[in-house]
Write a protein that binds this ligand. Structure first.
Ligand code: NAD
Length: 343
C-alpha cells in the first residue's frame, strides 16, 4: 500500500515512524507546508516527499496530521479520490464546519478514521468492556484528570481551537466511549492561571467540568495545560459493583504524601510516551481499515459528538451556566433551547 501523510510536526513524526515500518505499507510519502521539515523527517526514516496535492493524488490512503486549521481543506482535497482517510482530531475548528464535513464524509462512503487514540489504549478498552458487560454494576461516577506536562508551543495556541476543542475533546470522547452513554449537560469553570498566552488568545489553561450522562451517572474533569511533574491523564470509574482506575501507576506525575504512599518514578513526559502504544494501535487499525478489513473504530460522527460537547463546554464557560448538549446544534447559530438550567 502507498500511504501519503500530510503534516509531520510533533504527532506526525510519531505516526510516520510507525507507518514506515508497517509490513502492508510499501511506500510512505510525506508532505508538509514546511517542505524542509518534510524532507528532514523523510530522510531520517527512509520515506519519500512530495507536495501535498501530488502526495494525495498518488496514494492508496491518506493520513492527515497537519495543524487543526488545515484538516477540513485537506480532507476535502482527499475525498474526491475515494481512498481511505485517517485524520487527527479534531475534525475542524468549530461545530458548523465539523457538521458539514461529517455529511460530506458520510455521503462519500470513504473509509474514515478519526484520531481519538484512547479508544485503542488497552486500559480504556478494558474499562469499556467492564462497563458494557455489567461487571462494574450501575455506573455512579467517572472522574477524569487531564493535564499536559508543559503547554504547547505559543504558535500552536491560535490554530488549536482552544482548550475544549483541542485537549478536553479527548476526555469528552473517552467518557462517551467508556460509559457507552451520551453527555446530557455540562457546567464548566476555567481560567488562564499559569500562562498569559492563553488569555491573549481568549483561551484557558485550567478547567473543571461537571457532566451528567443521560443514564444518570456524573462525570467530572479536572484539566489543564501544565503539571510540573509530568503529563497526567487518568480516569476512575465507580459503579455499584466495582471501582477501577486508568493511568494510576509509578509514572503518574503526582507526589503521594502519605507515609505508606506508592513509590513513584519519573512522571510521563508527554502524550508521546504515555500513549505511544495507543497511537501505534490506532494506526495499525487504520491500515487494516484501509486494506478493506473491518469497520472504523472511531468515526467522523464520533468526532462530531465530541465536538458538540466541546462547544457546550465553551458556551458554559462563556455564559457561566449549565448547558444542555441538545442546545448545541450548529456553531451556536440555532438553539433548541437557551434555558438557563442552573448557575
Ligand atoms: N491525538 C493526539 O493525542 C494528538 C496529539 C497532538 C496533536 N494532535 C493533533 O495533530 C495535529 C497536529 O498537531 P501537532 O502537535 O503535531 O502540531 P505541530 O504544530 O507540531 O505540527 C503541525 C504540522 O502541520 C503542518 N501544516 C500546517 N498546515 C498545513 C497544510 N495546510 N498542509 C500541510 N502541512 C501543514 C505544519 O507545517 C507542521 O509541520 C493537530 O490537529 C492536533 O490536534 C493530536
Amino acid at each position: 500500500m502507498h500511504l501519503a501523510q500530510i503534516g509531520v510536526g510533533r504527532i506526525g513524526q510519531l505516526h510516520a515512524r510507525v507507518l514506515v515500518t508497517h509490513p502492508l505499507v510499501d511506500r510512505l510519502t510525506l508532505a508538509d507546508a514546511d517542505r524542509g521539515r518534510a524532507s528532514e523527517v523523510a530522510a531520517s526514516i527512509g520515506a519519500e516527499t512530495a507536495d501535498v496535492d501530488e502526495a494525495i493524488a498518488a496514494a492508496d490512503a491518506v493520513v492527515i496530521a497537519a495543524a487543526t486549521d488545515a484538516h477540513s481543506d485537506l480532507i476535502r482535497r482527499a475525498l474526491p479520490r475515494g481512498v481511505p482517510i485517517f485524520c487527527e482530531k479534531p475534525l475542524a475548528l468549530d461545530l458548523g464546519q465539523t457538521e458539514r464535513l461529517v455529511e460530506e464524509i458520510d455521503t462519500s462512503g470513504v473509509r474514515f478514521q478519526l484520531g481519538f487514540h484512547r479508544r485503542f489504549d488497552p486500559a480504556y478498552r478494558e474499562a469499556q468492556r467492564r462497563v458494557t458487560s455489567g461487571e462494574l454494576g450501575r455506573l455512579y461516577q467517572v472522574r477524569m484528570i487531564a493535564s499536559d506536562h508543559e503547554p504547547p508551543p505559543q504558535a500552536y495556541v491560535p490554530t488549536s481551537g482552544g482548550f475544549f476543542r483541542d485537549a478536553a475533546i479527548h476526555d469528552f470522547d473517552a467518557v462517551r466511549f467508556v460509559a457507552g452513554d451520551e453527555v446530557d449537560t455540562i457546567h464548566v469553570q476555567g481560567a488562564a492561571l499559569g500562562f498569559e498566552m492563553f488569555a491573549r488568545h481568549d483561551d484557558v489553561d485550567t478547567v473543571v467540568a461537571i457532566m451528567r450522562l443521560r443514564g444518570g451517572a456524573f462525570a467530572v474533569l479536572a484539566g489543564g495545560r501544565h503539571n510540573p511533574r509530568g503529563y497526567d491523564i487518568r480516569m476512575e470509574l465507580v459503579g455499584s459493583r466495582d471501582a477501577v482506575a486508568i493511568g494510576l501507576g509509578p509514572h503518574t506525575p503526582i507526589l503521594p504524601l502519605d507515609a505508606d504512599g506508592i513509590a513513584m518514578e519519573p512522571g510521563w513526559e508527554s502524550f508521546l510516551d504515555r500513549f505511544a502504544p495507543a497511537y501505534r494501535a490506532e494506526l495499525l487499525a487504520f491500515v487494516e481499515l484501509a486494506s478493506g478489513r473491518g469497520k472504523s473504530r472511531c468515526t467522523a460522527r464520533d468526532g462530531l459528538e465530541a465536538m458538540r460537547i466541546a462547544e457546550a463546554a465553551a458556551r458554559s464557560l462563556r455564559e457561566g451556566r449549565t448547558v444542555r448538549i441538545a442546545e448545541i446544534n450548529t456553531s451556536g447559530e440555532k438553539e433548541v433551547s437557551s434555558e438557563v438550567i442552573s448557575r
